[in-house]
Ligand binder design. Structure first.
Ligand code: PRX
Length: 649
């Protein structure tokens, strides 16, 4: 039996106590498809609404009229749902456990305390001029104040745009320009793996660019106390913004379709897109998936190791868990610091029941051998989760056997920034797992596989993954550019949402995501556009032309391989390779660092001048035997040269 055929059946004890067992999954799934109005109308009641909705679903995937609305005549507030409504019953229970980069630093915040902090900061924001509809940029370390700031924005009806702390000043600046953001919330420095990250300095540099014109205030949290520059007219300390400010702040009444946040993500072309998520449907979906996919039970400690700068952090550190009144753990550091067993040690220290992490983290641990987890017992763990990239069966098995002591089901959750929440995953009490498969769709989700012409393929097959109908958590648009939204997701296959992923379906109807079919890379679970890296490369004077592809990487999943044609007068030297790597780090951020830079006199192109990436990918992957058809190349000798010069790794 091949590794991929292995089945891990549902544990009957777990199923007996789970929110959803197999029979219930089947019955609810059927109902969600047969009667979406009735199904979601009922699910929407898991939130508190100021004004209840009468209309449930109003969605069209017609490319001439893409229009997605859920609960459109209802009003609510996301922060109210994450805080106020829990106060009577569980005000003194812990909402956030914060674990610092330094193992000696931690903090527990109850719902009552979190409510107070959010209200106070919301009033602080208002005092600085923030109002409903403003876009507020967050560039924060993983500290409770990041969640406080997100919820404070939601409370006053401002739209947050969180920029991951690993992005460069240029990346911050372009996001501010695109969103017309008027306030930035940051910290003096971040702390990760014992190293200080110059967050405020990066913001200063971003705002020094004359094209970045809209920012009036920068609110700075004191985290490390490190030296920073100060601009009196613009900069305000976080502690000054809340000093003497009331801790009562009414929650703004928002329409279900008012924007809650923007989150930028990379695509196959152009600059990153600001996905727009709205309030009602997003929160219903985040809360429901958090409860059912992780089988979350009241009182359990739940830990998602993502950063709040990504969609995983939005939906499964902040909004989903807090809407459910859960205890969510927020970790400032990295899994390997100060010891390589830190992840397990944190599980023991806080008695974590549910651990949601990324395959790249599992592979990094696995590479260190069996004993890397010896410093912890992890007896409290009940459910494991994986997200962000395909998990190879070896890593799945190791995650299960070593981290989970062979006891815990793994929910491999497939979804995207665009989807707002998990779409395909094995509900732990209902669906048997197969290592490497995200398994079956969540309620209301209708996946299908299509060929390149858009014909729906039936049965066990492989194709492009599309979704046939909307679910409440779906992103509604691209900020300021609805045409691009339609073009990117709804015009490749008419009447369907195209995910950009390839996928296989087996005889049991299980889905196996095979990776992106467009020019998007997935590096350590981080999504990167090849076009973005290419445009950063050609901005360097030494680069005449660049082509970027991914190649298989043992830990990162995919590495970044760059082919460069040098401009006249530049020599292919090692120092220049290093300089170009540094350049991309500066232009985009450290997560986009190329792994390999190969200088080449030419690139394989068709006679019409299109770069043949398929060939570049093969050469980067060292699969030079099966290059396929090269007869359409303008100059086939380029390929031999590229192979000769291919970098050893
Ligand atoms: O290719 C898929 C991969 O990550 C992409 C989405 O990236 P992003 O928007 O950054 O969101 C990541 C966190 C949800 C998808 O198009 N991906 C995500 N989860 C999985 C996955 N690939 C395989 N298996 C997964 N579980």
């Amino acid at each position: 039996m091949s590794e991929q055929d292995k089945v891990y059946p549902v544990n009957p004890d777990l199923a007996a106590k789970a929110w959803i067992d197999q029979a219930r999954y089947e019955q609810m799934y059927q109902q969600s498809i047969d009667d979406p109005e009735g199904f979601w109308g009922e699910q929407g009641k898991r939130l508190d609404w100021f004004k209840p909705y009468n209309k449930v679903k109003h969605t069209s995937y017609d490319p001439h009229n893409v229009d997605i609305r859920w609960f459109e005549d209802g009003t609510l507030n996301a922060a109210y749902n994450c805080l106020d409504r829990h106060l009577a019953e569980r005000g003194d229970e812990v909402a956030i456990i914060w674990e610092g980069d330094d193992p000696n630093e931690d903090r527990k915040i109850t719902y009552r305390e979190l409510h107070r902090e959010v209200c106070q900061f919301a009033n602080g924001l208002k005092k600085l001029g923030a109002k409903k509809g403003d876009v507020i940029t967050l560039y924060m370390p993983m500290v409770p104040e990041a969640a406080v700031a997100m919820l404070a924005c939601a409370r006053i009806g401002a739209v947050h745009s969180v920029v991951f702390g690993g992005f460069s000043p240029d990346a911050i600046g372009s996001r501010i320009v695109n969103s017309n953001s008027n306030i930035v919330i940051t910290s003096d420095e971040g702390l990760r793996g014992g190293k200080r990250i110059p967050l405020k300095e990066n913001v200063d540099e971003a705002l020094a660019n004359p094209e970045v014109k809209t920012v009036e205030k920068v609110i700075v949290l004191k985290r490390t106390g490190g030296d920073i520059d100060w601009h009196d007219h613009r900069d305000v300390w976080y502690h000054d913004a809340i000093a003497g400010v009331s801790d009562e702040c009414p929650a703004e009444e928002m329409n279900a379709e008012d924007p809650l946040f923007i989150l930028y993500t990379s695509g196959s072309t152009g600059a990153p897109k600001g996905l727009k998520h709205t309030t009602g449907g997003y929160l219903v979906y985040a809360a429901m998936t958090h409860q059912y996919v992780f089988d979350y039970k009241p009182g359990e400690v739940y830990w998602c190791t993502a950063d709040v700068g990504w969609i995983t952090g939005h939906s499964y550190i902040v909004y989903g868990p807090l809407a459910n009144g859960a205890t969510t753990l927020m970790f400032e550091g990295v899994p390997s610091y100060p010891t390589s067993g830190r992840m397990g040690e944190v599980c023991d220290k806080h008695q974590v029941s549910i651990l949601y992490t990324a395959p790249t983290a599992v592979r990094a641990l696995m590479a260190q051998g069996e004993h890397v987890m010896d410093s912890s017992k992890r007896d409290s763990l009940r459910i494991l989760g994986s997200v962000g990239e395909p998990i190879n069966p070896e890593a799945w098995e190791w995650f299960h056997r070593v981290i989970g002591n062979g006891r815990c089901p793994i929910v491999d959750t497939w979804w995207q920034t665009e989807t707002g929440g998990i779409l395909i995953a094995p509900l732990p009490g209902a669906i048997a797992q197969k290592p490497g498969s995200a398994t079956l769709p969540f309620f209301g989700v209708q996946p299908a596989l299509v060929d390149n012409e858009g014909h729906i393929l039936e049965g066990a097959t492989e194709g492009n993954l599309v979704l046939l109908d909307s679910w409440p958590g779906q992103g509604r648009s691209i900020w300021g550019d609805h045409d691009r939204f339609v073009q990117t997701y709804f015009s490749t296959y008419k009447g369907m949402y195209f995910t950009g992923d390839g996928c296989r379906r087996d005889d049991d109807g299980y889905y196996w995501i095979t990776g992106r079919v467009d020019d998007v890379l997935n590096v350590s679970g981080h999504r990167m556009g090849t076009a973005e890296i290419e445009s950063a490369m050609v901005a360097h004077p030494a680069v005449a032309e660049a082509a970027v592809v991914g190649f298989p990487h043992d830990i990162k999943g995919q590495g970044i391989y760059v082919y460069v044609i040098l401009a006249d007068g530049y020599e292919p030297e090692e120092d220049l390779q290093k300089e170009l790597v540094k350049w991309v780090r500066k232009e985009i951020g450290p997560i986009a660092s190329p792994d390999l830079v190969q200088f080449t006199p030419g690139l394989p192109k068709t006679r019409s001048g299109k770069i043949m990436r398929r060939i570049l990918r093969k050469i980067a992957a060292n699969e030079t035997d099966g290059l396929g058809d090269t007869s359409t190349l303008a100059d086939p000798s380029v390929v031999d040269e590229l192979i000769d010069q291919r970098l050893n790794r």
